[in-house]
Design a protein around this ligand. Structure first.
Ligand SMILES: CC(C)(COP(=O)(O)OP(=O)(O)OC[C@H]1O[C@@H](n2cnc3c(N)ncnc32)[C@H](O)[C@@H]1OP(=O)(O)O)[C@@H](O)C(=O)NCCC(=O)NCCS
Length: 189
């Protein structure tokens, strides 16, 4: 079901102001069976979406994103360029998934989680280089609590839990819980 106000195959904009250039020929969106795209959602060209996945109201899915089967991309999510999402992933409302992030199957991302892929925030002297981009890599069956922030390049192991509001600055081993700012391993007493 594609809502009448949803936009598919949106071509990435070009602007001299952009550091990252994206000009090339784009493939059309590829949708599996029983996919839903909600009102005012924008799915860019070159996106692939698996069977039974739902893209919620006002979500934006940028170019070259691959989304697996039976996922939910919540309302107002921003899924940036080149993100790869496994099967059965739940991304709640208002999540910012930064460019080239990898998310393993079965992972749950709470509302308003945000991610960064570039430590360089100097606008005046900024020159985009692909090699500077270090997205988070999120394993399978990870749980990320609401409002958590993942900084560039962090690797979250399978089955880890990120507490609500945590700022993750370092890798998190599989099966462990981290919380706080900066996120620290939870000590089990
Ligand atoms: C991390 C979490 C899973 C721990 O749950 P829990 O095992 O039941 O832990 P408790 O509530 O018993 O809290 C244990 C301790 O951690 C602290 N704590 C709990 N959550 C915390 C958080 N997000 N950040 C910092 N400290 C936290 C508690 O204050 C408590 O501290 P104390 O021992 O000094 O009193 C849970 O608090 C959490 O953040 N869940 C995410 C919820 C969420 O975002 N859901 C999204 C869908 S709506």
């Amino acid at each position: 079901m594609i809502h009448s106000t949803a936009i598919l195959d949106y071509q990435p904009e070009q602007s001299a102001a952009f550091g990252r250039k994206t000009h090339r020929a784009w493939l059309p969106v590829r949708l599996g069976g029983n996919v839903s795209v909600g009102p005012f959602a924008v799915v860019f060209a070159g996106v692939t979406i698996g069977d039974d996945t739902l893209v919620g109201i006002h979500a934006i899915v940028r170019e070259d994103v691959v989304i697996g089967k039976s996922c939910i991309i919540g309302a107002n999510c921003y899924i940036s360029y080149g993100v790869t999402i496994g099967d059965n992933v739940r991304i709640n409302e208002g999540v910012n998934v930064t460019g080239n992030t990898v998310i393993g199957s079965g992972t749950f991302i709470g509302p308003h989680v945000s991610m960064a892929n570039d430590r360089h925030i100097d606008v005046v002297n900024y020159v985009y280089r692909h090699t500077m981009i270090k997205p988070p890599v999120i394993g399978r069956n990870v749980v990320i609590g609401t409002g958590a922030i993942l900084l560039p390049g962090v690797k979250i192991g399978d089955g880890a839990v990120i507490a609500a509001g945590a700022i993750v600055t370092k890798d998190v081993p599989g099966g462990m819980t981290v919380m706080g700012i900066p996120a620290r391993l939870r000590v089990q007493l």
